[in-house]
Design a protein around this ligand. Sequence first.
Ligand code: SF4
Length: 413
Amino acid sequence: MIPELAGYITRSEGKKFLKLRPEIDERVITASGLNANISLYIHIPFCRSLCPFCCFNRYLFNEDKARTYFVSLKKEIDLYIQRGFTFSEFYFGGGTPTILMDELVSLIDYLKRNFVVKRISLETTPREITEETVELLQKAGINRLSIGIQSFNDDTLKTMGRVFISGEEAKQRLFMAQGKFDTLNADFVFNFPNQSIRQFETDVKMFKDLGIDQATFYPLMASPHKKDALERRFNKVDFSREQRFYDIILKELDQVGYDASTAWCFSRGNKMIDEYVIDSDDYIGVGSGSVSIVNGNFFVNSFSLDRYAALVNSSRLPVVGWRKLSRSEHLRYYLLTKLFGLEVDEARFRERFHTGIKKALPLEILFFKLSGIIRGQEKLKVTKQGMYSVSVMMREFFASLNGLREKYIENQI
Ligand code: SF4
């Protein structure tokens, strides 16, 4: 009941948040007033095949298009440099960032020439992992490598359309990368139609046995059309099962020294996570279909590769949707992201918004406290019992974002 209520509230909030104006007043995208360094997310939207459940902006790999795209990316980053932005933490996501290793290495060199690079996180799929790729990524200075395993179960992988790799091969690829980076993460999906609780439990146990640094478990959060398509092909997406999956993660990983870094990410030791939405109050996303948040402005880049390239080639930011968040929207978004990171620091909130969190969001804090989701005073910590509610809230927020992605992809905005 509490998780559903928290999720419902987030869904309604997310729908408002994502009503965007097509034009942005570019003067609002300024580095002034920001902390010296904010995070940069870089989107590489090409894959060798397209998984049917995936809601990200991604296109079937075409070498010419991908090479042109890497040129556009550098131009877009230049536009931010001209506006005074500086970045030290970098997150590559996709799509498949390793799809053209020479272009990726050249882009990382370019970042190192222009910024003081502190940390780089990069995601890829197991099919991309070879000894050679791992070595190149190490040499390029990747600190955190995240591999989208999704499941070790061959039936589940088949249902997901990931026929290019078996669970056993995925395990071997993880082994290949183990110990080569500061943090190695494996991504998994739970509550996929036809995935049984038992299959998922086996996935979590196998992950534990491998002794990998970190795992991130994503609940299925398909956009409306993707969800309909999955339900036509398989079973209904049944959210009533979701908490049982989540409880398995808590039960299995708690016993063996994995700590929750977010509601979805569990690490051994102090590991880097890829949730720039938690690490940074503000971040810029570059690349087709990326989203950014800067000083209470939420904006999205064009999802069309042609439009994206045309805009950056004319020295314009490729932004096609913008919302100046109201103060309450901004405060709630901030609260949601920090809850997802399992701790809201009152002092940091005060420094950012010049008011106390209990004064700024009294009803929200009262609800989270009364429902047992958080406790504490100066640092509001998410309780173990509250973690599933936070997971539902974040799933609902991302599902709204996926709805927006779907609309922009379909209409090639
Ligand atoms: S899940 Fe990963 S590999 Fe599959 S289409 Fe999406 S981004 Fe590409």
